[in-house]
Design a protein around this ligand. Structure first.
Ligand code: F6P
Length: 493
């Protein structure tokens, strides 16, 4: 499936309606730096997946303008044409006050819903004030959607857990607008969800959707179970849909993906080759070692301390590997205003020091912890240099680092160690699958990866590449829009 195939499918499914994509995170962030403005691509699976789709089909993408130079980089209505040198779509920025960002993004979305949905033993915190702010901000997004739609027919494609009330708000104002939502994180079972104090209103918001999609069927079942218990409605398990006030919301699983072919081309570009040289210089004496690479936002769901500890155990069990392996951890700071994230950052510094101190030699350092916002080409360079990529999330809806790594390895080599608690593990069965809570097992997997013969590495990589080629992000988008068309015609009939 190509970008053009998808564009055709979307144009047929939308039958002339305007396409409006809505997310909290924007595809590009303009930041003020000394002497000017710099443009960043955020470290976000959502952006990795959605940007190629919007680029292929056109339309408007409404998102929070969070960068310090976002206002100066946009026109007076908050609009930016993207990509700048060959515009294909419009980014419409929504402005939030600091208090709104605090209550809606740091508060309700990331201190309540994020830990609740991932349940990795970090306690969610609830606050009525945050909930009220979340509601206010969802209304702000609704106003932006309605303004963009004008009087015209429209299809609105909402992303993620920041905007759970938006579908209902849109339907109240414009019942004719088709509303689709993709929930990028897990949906927990109903026992876990029942502690959420504002469950009924949130579920009512989501049941404003015509189609609500998750990565895997397990989350769809959890969602239907939660609705069944949490709100007056009729759940039809056979057809995976829920009726509220007579209106059906279809619930479907579509595992998200990446633009596999484009990542492969980018990974072979001169800019990536340059970055590889840069990394080699930076690694200095470590240069000859086999690289284990991790690339994550610094988030407690990603299992970064567990990964570092497993590397530590491997080195303790196999001291002959000293100087022969290095773990390069690219870590993008994230949500640092939240206490749990600040604690994680501090703990990581201590842990890296402790492990390095234990094993280092005069010329070799076991772990290189590179905390920074690494741009796309730098991340691709690290993937290309990796003997092993290590993805050890404690729980992850999908994890696109795994798929990006596979896509970048046009050379056919490289091993993926992958947590079995990621959505990606269901498709990438040829990775070395691990339980990230079991440090010893992960250490064993790392050691097997170190020893794995080239023929076996290539065989596994070939199968994983075939899988991501087949289910690329355009196929993901096409399935969502085809399903929208199908369910709509069923309703009309
Ligand atoms: O799916 C969760 C998600 O929204 C992903 O798109 C992305 O990887 C991550 O969270 C980004 O977080 P944030 O937008 O808070 O930086």
């Amino acid at each position: 499936m190509t970008a053009n195939d998808l564009a055709e499918i979307v144009s047929r499914a939308s039958a002339g309606a305007k396409l409006i994509v809505v997310s909290n995170r924007e595809p590009v962030v303009h930041e003020r730096v000394e002497g000017g403005v710099t443009v960043l691509r955020p470290a976000s699976g959502l952006v990795t997946a959605i940007e190629p789709i919007v680029r292929a089909v056109g339309g408007t993408w409404i998102a929070h303008g969070s960068g310090s130079a976002d206002r100066v980089a946009a026109d007076e209505r908050g609009r930016v044409l993207l990509p700048p040198n060959d515009p294909k779509y419009t980014l419409q920025r929504v402005w939030l006050t600091r208090g709104e960002e605090d209550g809606y993004y740091y508060g309700l979305a990331n201190t309540a819903l994020w830990p609740l949905c991932h349940h990795v033993y970090v306690r969610p915190h609830f606050s009525r004030r945050d909930w009220e702010t979340y509601r206010t901000v969802n209304r702000k997004f609704r106003d932006a959607v309605l303004e963009e739609a004008g009087e015209d027919p429209a299809i609105v494609f909402i992303q993620d857990y920041h905007l759970a009330l938006l579908p209902r708000f849109i339907k109240e104002a414009r019942p004719d607008i088709r509303v689709i939502q993709f929930w990028h994180i897990p949906w927990p079972n109903r026992e876990t969800f029942r502690i959420f104090p504002y469950a009924e209103e949130l579920l009512d918001g989501l049941l404003g959707n015509d189609l609500l999609a998750f990565h895997i069927k397990y989350y769809c079942r959890n969602f239907l179970g939660t609705v069944d218990r949490g709100i007056e409605s009729r759940v039809d398990y056979e057809h995976f849909r829920a009726f509220r006030g007579g209106h059906p919301t279809y619930v479907r699983a579509f595992p998200i993906s990446v633009d596999h072919a484009q990542i492969g081309r980018d990974a072979e570009s001169p800019s990536v080759t340059q970055r590889i040289d840069g990394f080699r210089k930076e690694l200095g004496e470590n240069n000859g070692a086999r690289l284990f690479v991790g690339a994550d936002r610094i988030d407690y769901t990603k299992g970064i301390p567990e990964r570092l500890r497993a590397f530590d155990v491997m080195l303790s069990c196999h001291p002959e590997l000293r100087t022969k392996v290095t773990l390069v951890q690219l870590s993008a700071p994230s949500r640092t205003h939240i206490e749990a994230y600040r604690i994680l950052n501090d703990n990581l510094d201590d842990l890296v020091d402790e492990i390095n101190w234990r094993h280092q030699t005069d010329t070799w350092m076991p772990i290189r912890f590179l905390r920074a916002h690494h741009d796309y080409h730098a991340v691709l360079a690290a993937y290309r240099m990796a003997h092993v990529a290590v993805v050890t999330s404690l729980h992850d809806g999908m994890n696109l680092v795994a798929k990006e790594f596979v896509s970048s390895r046009t050379d056919g080599d490289g091993i993926l160690i992958l947590s079995k608690y990621t959505g990606a593990a269901r498709e990438l069965a040829d990775a070395l699958l691990v339980n990230p809570y079991d440090i010893d097992q992960m250490a064993d997997a790392m050691y097997s990866a170190y020893l794995m013969p080239e023929a076996a590495r290539r065989q596994r990589m070939e199968k994983m590449r075939a899988q991501v080629t087949k289910n690329n992000v355009y196929r993901w988008g096409a399935r969502i829009f085809e399903e929208t068309e199908r369910t709509l015609s069923r309703e009309v009939a």
